[in-house]
Design a binder for this molecule. Sequence first.
Ligand code: AMP
Length: 280
Amino acid sequence: MQVISDIQETRHMCQQWRAKGETIAFVPTMGCLHAGHLSLVEKAQSLADHVVVSIFVNPLQFDDIDDLLNYPHILTDDISKLSDYNVDMVFAPDAKSMYPEGEKVVEKIELGEITTILEGAQRPGHFAGVATVVKRLFDTIEPTMALFGEKDFQQVMVIKRLVEKFSLNIEIIAMPTLREPDGLAMSSRNTRLNDNERSKAAEIYKILSSVRTALYSGCHDYAELEQQAYDNLQKAGFVTEYVVIREITTLLPPQTQSNNMVILAAAKLGKTRLIDNIRV
Ligand code: AMP
C-alpha cells in the first residue's frame, strides 16, 4: 500500500493503471476511520482492480471553525487500519496542494436546490465545499467508480448531481449505514461524545425507527409524526435541528401516501452534531 501526498504522483499512478485497462474504485474520506469507512473499502475491493482511499479533512466544507479545529486527525492509525485491507493507494494531500490558489479564493461548485435544503440549510456552503473537493479528487484519480455512505444521504445525491453536471464517467455506489450494536450510526464525530452523551446517542436511531414503524402501520400524517419525533428527540436530551420525512428521490416533502421515502434527522448532543437517516 502506497501512501502518497503528491497530486501529480497520484495522477500518474492512476493513469498507468487506466492505460492497462484496469479499473479503480475510489473511497473518499476525512480519516479517523471506523468500520463504516472500512465497509466501503471492502466493497471497493470486490468491485475493481485497484482501490484508492483518500484522507483529507477538507476545510472548505466546514461552516463552523470549531468543528474543523476539533476534527480528529489520526493519519498513522488510519494507515495502519487500511494496511489490513488490499488498498493500493492512500492519497493524503495537504490543503495547500488541494487548493494552491488559497482556500479563501477557491471558486466553489454550486449544484442548485439539493444543496440548499436540510443539511444545506443548516450548514450554508457545506455542499459547495464537498462538491469542490470531490471534483478535484475525481479529476486527480479519474476512478471507474466511487463509493459513498448513505449515512450522509443528501451527500450521495449531491455527488450524483456533480457527476451529472460535469458528465463524469464515474459510477457512484451508495452503501448502507454501519451501526454500533445499540443502533448509533458509526461516525468519526462519535469519539467526541462523553459517556453520558454516548448513552443517549442511539435514541436518534430509535426515534427514526419508531417513525418508520408508524408509517408502515399506515399513519400518513407526516407533520404529526415529524412533530412527535422532534419532541421525543428534545426529551431525550438532543437539541434538534430537523427531523423530517422526505421523498427519497428529491428530498422534498412527500406527496400524500408516497411509498418511497427517507426519514432524516440532525440533532446536537452537547457540542456534537449527529445526523442519521433511515429508508422507509
Ligand atoms: P467521512 O470521513 O465522514 O467524510 O466519510 C467518508 C465516507 O464514509 C462517506 O461516504 C460517508 O458517508 C461514509 N460513512 C461514514 N460513516 C459511515 C457509516 N456509519 N456507514 C457507512 N458509511 C459511512
